[in-house]
Design a protein around this ligand. Structure first.
Ligand code: ADP
Ligand code: MG
Length: 235
């Protein structure tokens, strides 16, 4: 019975998602079709029409791309990684984008080992999503504070910006598929991230204050520390 409930719940979610995707993709498709029709009626498309068509195609690509990440779990491969290395790779990857927007990453990272079992690419996607949101929240530039701490058998990762923040009435909607406050947002980043973190037995919590900033805290289960190798006995 429980399993049945769980599955029907899942199907409802899938149905809602599918309806959302269909809706979000239909709009740019309608624009594309309209322009192609113009062309067919031998009204030559202007450069701005073509540019708009390209950006609509990019939008479809972005939405489909985010969904591909969700579809991936069938092919997941969990491996043992130190989360400090995973996060560091992401920071290196986003470095030039941060620089371009006058953003500085400030890190406080524990010296303790932080091994976890993870689907590395999915976890990287989570940090990319969260760091991009932080960058986008600070149009005038600023600092993003990133910390990794080990707390017993959990690892806590927090990403804190000094950006626009999230109004209280909006907080509960964050993570709903397609909920975005941005003109060119997809509203899929947090939802996808939340699902990935859940599939890693983790938690995600967002705290925010308008015009002060936003802090996203992720916790993940840590693997036991490797036993320290015996030091050779002093002679
Ligand atoms: P998108 O970035 O495409 O809008 P997300 O799911 O990543 O979609 O985020 C949803 C919404 O949550 C954003 O549009 C924004 O309003 C809010 N949000 C998320 N992260 C932050 C942040 N760090 N600062 C301010 N607002 C944020
Ligand atoms: Mg986002």
């Amino acid at each position: 019975m429980e399993e049945l409930l769980r599955r029907s719940e899942k199907l409802t979610t899938v149905g809602q998602l599918a309806a959302g995707v269909a809706h979000e993709i239909r709009n740019p498709l309608t624009t594309l079709r309209g322009f192609l029709q113009l062309q067919q009626q031998s009204q030559k498309l202007s450069l701005s029409h073509v540019n708009l068509m390209l950006s609509e195609l990019d939008r479809i690509n972005l939405i489909v791309g985010e969904f591909l990440i969700l579809a991936k779990p069938q092919a997941t491969k969990f491996v043992t990684k130190d989360i400090r290395n995973v996060l560091n790779d992401v920071l290196v990857f986003l470095d030039s984008e941060a620089h371009l927007h006058n953003i500085v990453f400030r890190t406080v990272i524990t010296e303790e080992e932080c091994r976890i079992s993870c689907e590395e690419n999915q976890l990287k996607q989570v940090f990319i999503n969260l760091l991009k949101n932080a960058i986008e929240a600070m149009p005038g530039g600023g600092s993003v504070h990133i910390s990794i701490q080990r707390k017993g058998d959990r690892i806590a990762i927090s990403i804190t910006d000094e950006g626009v923040g999230i109004p209280e009435e909006m907080i509960s909607k964050i993570g709903d598929p397609f909920f975005t406050a941005k003109e060119t947002g997809t509203g899929l980043g947090i939802m996808v991230s939340q699902r990935i973190i859940t599939s890693h037995q983790g938690t995600m919590d967002i705290q925010s204050q308008v015009n002060v900033g936003t802090s996203v805290k992720v916790t993940l289960p840590a693997l036991k520390k490797e036993p320290q190798e015996d030091l050779p006995a002093a002679q």
